[in-house]
Design a protein around this ligand. Sequence first.
Ligand code: SF4
Length: 136
Amino acid sequence: MNLLVRLRERLNLTYLFISHDLAMVRHISDRVLALYLGKVAEAGPWREVSDEPRHPYARSLRDAGLVPDPSRRTTAPVLRGEVPSADRPPAGCRFHPRCPVAEDRCRTTEPALLEPRPGHQAACHVAADEATVSSA
Ligand code: SF4
């Protein structure tokens, strides 16, 4: 991984790096895309997505990260349920069967990928509402 980072800096390269290891993603990435069932849930600069995730799935990924300290216990809620089939994804928002803040509209209407901040996008009805309220 360090070799990849050095080569990127020395040769001005761009990588597309796919991983479930968030510590590794943090180490190598400038921008991240959180995908759920093949769709972008959230995209943006690593620091913003990590510090202020908008999408509940991105938030759960962030909260699931291990802290190398055995005395610390996480209070983050664990995602429930199984990942649905990508062949037949749920209607509306693909994440709604597992989302802790799903609403009725989430079961029927697929959220658009909106950009409440330049360069930071999220596909979530609730996140879009929160962005509208905070910008008013
Ligand atoms: S659109 Fe609804 S179900 Fe999907 S992530 Fe947002 S709140 Fe959850």
